[in-house]
Design a protein around this ligand. Structure first.
Ligand SMILES: NC(=O)c1ccc[n+]([C@@H]2O[C@H](COP(=O)([O-])OP(=O)(O)OC[C@H]3O[C@@H](n4cnc5c(N)ncnc54)[C@H](OP(=O)(O)O)[C@@H]3O)[C@@H](O)[C@H]2O)c1
Length: 243
C-alpha cells in the first residue's frame, strides 16, 4: 500500500502540538487515526473534530510509561480496523536543567517517557507488524541530539537513544518494515510549559522563531506516504533561522 489514504496510524502524545497536527493532517489525507495521550479531554475533542470533518478517529487514554497502555493503543487499532500500518512514537517531555541541579526525578521522567515509552510502543507493535508482514515506526526525536548544548544533556541523550534504537530496529526489521526518525528543531508548542523558569525564558525566546507543528506533520506525512519499498530513515526539520 502506498499513500496515506486508508492507512491505520496510531499516534502517542496526540492531544497537542506535533502529535495533534500530525493526527489532523493524516486524517485529512484519509488515514484512520488512533490517538493516545493522558489528557483524555483533549483526545476526545480532537477525535470529534476529525470526525466532524469527515475523518475517522478513535482514542484511548495512553500513558506511555505503562507498557499495558501501549498494548491497549495497538489493540484499539486492530479491533477497530483489523490492522496497524504506522505507529508514531511522539510523546515526549523536555525537562531541561543544568546537571548540577541534580533533578534526578526529571531525568527519570525523560528516560521513562522519551525512551522507555518508545520501547513499549515497539514491544506492542513489532509482533503485530511481524504477523501482518508490514508496518512503519515513526519516532519523533530532536535536533537537541544533533547539536548538543548545555542544559539539554539528558533530554538530548534520551532522544539520541531513540535515534540509535531506531537504526538498530531498521537493521533488524528486514525487508518488510520501515523505520523513520524525525528530528524537529524549535516548534511552537506547549513543550516548554513544564520547564524550570530559569530555563523556560531562553527556550520560549527560541520558540519565537519556531516552526508551526504543521511543518513537522508534513515531514511525517512525507515518510508515511512513500511506497512500501521506500524507507525514509531520517528527516531534520528546523526553522531556517535556527543556529
Ligand atoms: N516543540 C519543540 O520545539 C520540539 C523540538 C524537538 C522535538 N520535540 C519533540 O516532539 C514531541 C512532541 O512534543 P510537542 O512539541 O508537540 O510538545 P507538547 O505539545 O507538549 O506534546 C507532548 C505530548 O506528549 C504527551 N505526553 C507527555 N508525557 C506523556 C506520557 N507519559 N504518556 C503519554 N503521552 C505523554 C503529552 O500529552 P499528555 O500530557 O496529555 O499525556 C503531549 O501531548 C516530543 O517528543 C518532543 O520531545 C519537540
Amino acid at each position: 500500500m502506498s499513500g496515506i489514504q486508508g492507512k491505520v496510524v496510531a499516534i502517542t502524545g496526540a492531544g497537542s502540538g506535533i502529535g495533534e497536527a500530525t493526527a489532523l493532517l493524516l486524517a485529512e489525507r484519509g488515514a484512520k487515526v488512533v490517538l493516545g495521550a493522558r489528557r483524555t479531554e483533549r483526545l476526545e475533542a480532537l477525535a470529534a473534530r476529525i470526525v466532524r470533518a469527515g475523518g475517522d478517529a478513535a482514542w484511548t487514554r495512553t500513558d506511555v510509561t505503562r507498557r499495558a497502555d501501549l498494548s491497549g493503543l495497538v489493540e484499539l487499532a486492530r479491533d477497530r480496523h483489523g490492522r496497524l500500518d504506522v505507529l508514531v512514537g511522539n510523546a515526549g517531555v523536555g525537562l531541561l536543567s543544568p546537571l548540577d541541579d541534580l533533578r534526578v526525578e526529571d531525568w527519570e521522567e525523560m528516560i521513562d517517557v522519551n525512551l522507555k515509552g518508545v520501547l513499549y510502543g515497539i514491544a506492542a507493535a513489532l509482533p503485530v507488524f511481524r504477523e501482518q508482514g508490514f508496518g512503519h515506526f515513526v519516532n519523533t526525536v530532536s535536533t537537541a541530539g544533533l547539536r548538543i548544548v548545555p542544559l539539554q544533556s539528558v533530554y538530548a541523550a534520551t532522544k539520541n537513544a531513540v535515534r540509535t534504537l531506531s537504526e538498530g530496529l531498521r537493521q533488524e526489521a528486514g525487508d518488510s518494515l520501515r523505520v523513520t526518525v524525525v528530528s524537529p528543531g524549535a516548534v511552537r508548542t506547549d513543550f516548554a510549559e513544564r520547564m524550570d523558569p530559569a530555563v523556560k525564558d531562553g527556550i520560549e525566546k527560541m520558540m519565537e522563531i519556531g516552526l508551526s507543528p504543521d511543518a513537522v506533520a508534513r515531514a511525517i506525512a512525507f515518510a508515511v506516504e512513500q511506497p512500501d519499498g521506500v524507507d525514509v530513515g531520517d528527516i531534520v526539520v528546523r526553522p531556517t533561522a535556527q543556529g
